[in-house]
Design a protein around this ligand. Structure first.
Ligand SMILES: [Zn+2]
Ligand SMILES: [Zn+2]
Length: 358
């Protein structure tokens, strides 16, 4: 079969190649990939920043945001049948840590987990893949056109769900929320907060007439462009939020967000910031505010099977409440042979996909 792969560690090594046709073992499903979503992680792997080939392979098939159709099942693959639309999760457990052994590879404490398309396992930019049903999530007809957004949706669902879980420490319930960044992750975060009926403000760099702002507003969010007033001034203009999800990719914004929280508020950091940038921060002020306001700051990565189910439900709710709006996040659908266009930064927009099969 054809696949898009990189040589991990080698800058701009992305290419299309032949790879062995996967054969489902007993209990496994054979999935035809319909499309994959492209994100910053794919770009960073192609930059050689990280990424790891599977043992015994000198290449890594890229791609983790996936959507496909089950073509066959080997033996009795429980709960999955040919014709089902599915999304496969990304992370696979390590063999030694307690959290992985209890279904929470997203909280792996050994660091020896693997991830399809990222770390030690081939990804989904290929004609087919095989997987056990344990790691496959069935996508209903009503959200199949946006199924490729499920994986990034699970990331923000985990952030929102854990923030709310942690806040059960309070007698009061969170009411207001703020999202920093209106990229795909930020807008999906806004959706996750809105389906929970939180009064949500999206803050981003784009002008208020930008499609991103329109999508946020269509989901009932308010939108603030930092073009109209800088982030540092925003704190003086709006009531402090109970929950903040940081999705800009900027570490500086993470520290600013710490100073914007309401008393007892919580900040979830979702940006994997590459590089080793240093930043001048008001350490004493930030520390004092966090203490005096009983604030919580936590980081969140990956997602558990529970978050996949929550994300499926959230997407169904979003589709009912705001039909077609999540679909507007997919601004470019490239034939997969045109992958180089995206990696060479010739494509702009919110979310791009590679269309692999129909
Ligand atoms: Zn991604
Ligand atoms: Zn583990």
């Amino acid at each position: 079969m054809k696949a898009i792969a990189v040589i991990p560690g080698q800058q701009n090594s992305i290419h299309m190649q032949e790879a062995p046709d996967p054969k489902p073992a007993a209990g496994e499903a054979l999935v035809r990939v319909l499309r994959v979503g492209l994100c910053g992680t794919d770009a960073e792997i192609n930059s050689g920043l990280y990424g790891e080939a599977p043992a015994g392979s000198d290449y890594l098939i890229l791609g983790h945001e996936n959507f496909g159709l089950v073509e066959a099942v080997g033996g009795a693959a429980k709960g999955i049948k040919p014709g089902d639309y599915v999304v496969a999760s990304v992370r696979r457990p390590c063999t030694e840590c307690f959290n992985c052994q209890h279904g929470r590879a997203d909280l792996c404490s050994s660091g020896n987990y693997t991830e399809r398309g990222i770390k030690g396992r081939h990804g989904y930019m290929a004609e087919h893949y095989t997987e056990t049903p344990e790691f496959l999530f069935k996508i209903d007809e009503e959200i199949k056109d946006i199924g490729v957004l499920l994986e990034p949706m699970t990331i923000v669902e985990k952030g929102a769900a854990e923030a709310i879980e942690i806040q059960k420490r309070l007698p009061s319930k969170p009411r207001t929320a703020m999202v920093f960044g209106a990229g795909p992750v930020g807008l999906l975060a806004a959706a996750a907060l809105r389906v929970r009926d939180l009064d949500t403000l999206v803050v981003s760099k784009e002008d208020a007439t930008d499609t991103r702002a329109q999508i946020a507003k269509a989901m009932g969010c308010r939108y603030h462009s930092v073009q109209s007033s800088p982030l540092q001034e925003l704190g003086k203009q709006i009531p402090a939020p109970d929950i903040v999800l940081e999705c800009t990719g900027s570490s500086a914004v993470g520290f600013l967000a710490m100073q914007m929280l309401a008393a007892d508020g919580i900040l979830c950091l979702l940006s994997v910031t590459g590089g080793d940038k240093t930043e001048l921060v008001h350490a004493a002020e930030i520390n004092r505010d966090l203490v005096l306001r009983n604030n919580v700051v936590f980081g969140s990565v990956n997602a558990s099977p529970t978050h996949y189910q929550l994300a499926i439900e959230a997407m169904k709710t979003a589709e009912k409440r705001w039909p077609g709006v999540l679909g507007q996040l997919i601004t470019t659908r490239l034939p997969w042979t045109d992958f180089a266009k995206w990696f060479n930064r010739q494509v702009s927009g919110i979310k791009s996909t590679l269309e692999i099969s129909s």
